[in-house]
Design a protein around this ligand. Structure first.
Ligand code: GAL
Length: 426
């Protein structure tokens, strides 16, 4: 009898401890869990599906609703999300980039639940890099989302055998590309650089800006230290225009996957894209890293890693918060990140994941990890790390009109005005 009472006390204490730490058990959660993202294709959908499969095994009572909205870099998803969030119909959890995209909109508007208890209960305060934690926290130290990865934006992709056949090498900088590589490839009827729809052009722009301004100058665009109307920024537009002249003419009609495919099909020599392209090459196209596809830092950016991180949060008013907390506890774990990232093309954000396991993380990841841990780090504008979504959305219009006018002075002035309007550097 005494023994039974003791047992009850122990069990009760355990249950209390679990609920205090915010950990959930499989029995606790049931019902729906709506996951909102823009991962509908490429290695990205495979990565998300693998996470969902494992989570469903762990929590068989939870019914996942995968509400992914197609459109690279979330251009379409973000618009749908805004309507839902402001219309009082938030999804249970949604994809959002660490940094300004999270903080200057949803956190600032008081729409997110703090998740510090999850981070503490799971030991993540010691397992996530400090710089990343600060991108998902407010000034008071409240943490608002769970990162699943670290992606690199400034990557140049190519196929070594094709370059050899065409007699060109990886350009060290954009001047070499424009003056030497591009004409040599055009003479062989090869598209020098594959480019896709507007957001991929903005993606290319940030790599060109990083090359032209250096890490400090690039950071200055976002902290107000670099003037948008300076001669240096005008030179970036000038170079960018010349690069676009070396691109496929149907650029506005291509998705990022279409543009990535031109390279492996041998129709184009190079493409600048984030390393979700590695996921696409590895998973969708079953290519070998190093031979089927290869990579380098985008021209002129060697030694700098332009980062972004995909995270998921818990919006206030989410219909199934307990299910979300179970999902977030899972996706932040080393185990989940080792399932997801080898498919996604990204590095695990949780430093206790098995990045050292070369069977899991092939040569691409090993190389990216080396750079992530030794390079200077800057944040991506096109993917929400350093600029609010309002800037990034407006910048797409500036890129689109530059494409037809090639007027860098007007583009700079428009970007300067947009920076003021969206609170950059202020
Ligand atoms: C980025 C996102 C990546 C990938 C890419 C292409 O914004 O962070 O995970 O989805 O868009 O869609």
């Amino acid at each position: 009898m005494k023994y039974t009472r003791k047992l009850v006390v122990v069990v009760l204490a355990l249950v209390m401890a679990l609920s205090l730490t915010g950990l959930t058990t499989a029995q606790d959660v049931s019902g729906d869990l709506e996951i909102f993202s823009w991962w509908t294709g490429g290695g990205e959908a495979a990565g998300l599906d693998a996470l969902i499969a494992k989570f469903t095994e762990m929590y068989p009572g939870v019914n996942i609703i995968n509400s992914a909205v197609a459109g690279g870099s979330g251009v379409n998803a973000r618009a749908v999300l805004t309507t839902r969030m402001l219309g009082g119909d938030p999804p249970d959890t949604f994809q959002v980039h660490a940094g300004a995209e999270l903080n200057t909109l949803w956190v600032k508007a008081g729409r997110m639940e703090p998740l510090n208890d999850l981070f503490e209960a799971n030991g993540w305060l010691e397992q996530y890099p400090e710089g990343l934690l600060s991108l998902i926290s407010d000034a008071e130290g409240n943490i608002y989302s769970v990162p699943v990865n670290i992606h690199r934006s400034n990557v140049l992709w190519y196929v070594p055998g094709n370059l050899e056949q065409w007699g060109v090498t990886v350009p060290a900088d954009w001047n070499e590309f424009v003056d030497t590589t591009c004409p040599a490839l055009l003479a062989k009827d090869v598209t020098p650089i594959a480019v896709g729809q507007t957001w991929t052009q903005a993606h290319l722009w940030e790599s060109v800006a990083l090359a032209g301004l250096g890490a400090d100058g690039y950071n200055g665009l976002w902290n107000g230290q670099t003037s948008w109307t300076s001669p240096e920024v005008n030179a970036v537009w000038d170079t960018f225009g010349k690069i676009l002249d070396c691109a496929n003419s149907d650029l506005n009609a291509l998705t990022w996957q279409d543009a990535s495919k031109l390279v492996i099909d041998g129709a184009a020599a190079f493409n600048v894209m984030g390393d979700w392209a590695a996921g696409y090459y590895l998973v969708d196209n079953a290519l070998e890293p190093g031979t089927g596809f290869a990579w380098a830092a985008s021209p002129g950016t060697d030694g700098v890693f332009m980062m972004l991180s995909d995270t998921f949060g818990l919006p206030k008013g989410a219909p199934h918060p307990d299910n979300v907390r179970a999902w977030l506890s899972f996706i932040g774990s080393a185990e989940a990140q080792d399932i997801f990232n080898p498919l996604k093309g990204s590095l695990p954000a949780n430093t206790s994941a098995q990045i050292g396991d070369a069977a899991l993380y092939n040569a691409y990841f090993q190389d990216a990890y080396e750079d992530w841990t030794t390079n200077a780090i800057v944040g991506s504008q096109a993917h929400g790390a350093v600029a609010p979504a309002a800037f990034s959305d407006g910048f797409l219009n500036i890129i689109a009109s530059f494409q037809s006018t090639k007027d860098g002075v007007s583009a700079s002035a428009a970007a300067a005005a947009l920076a003021i309007q969206t609170g950059i550097g202020g």
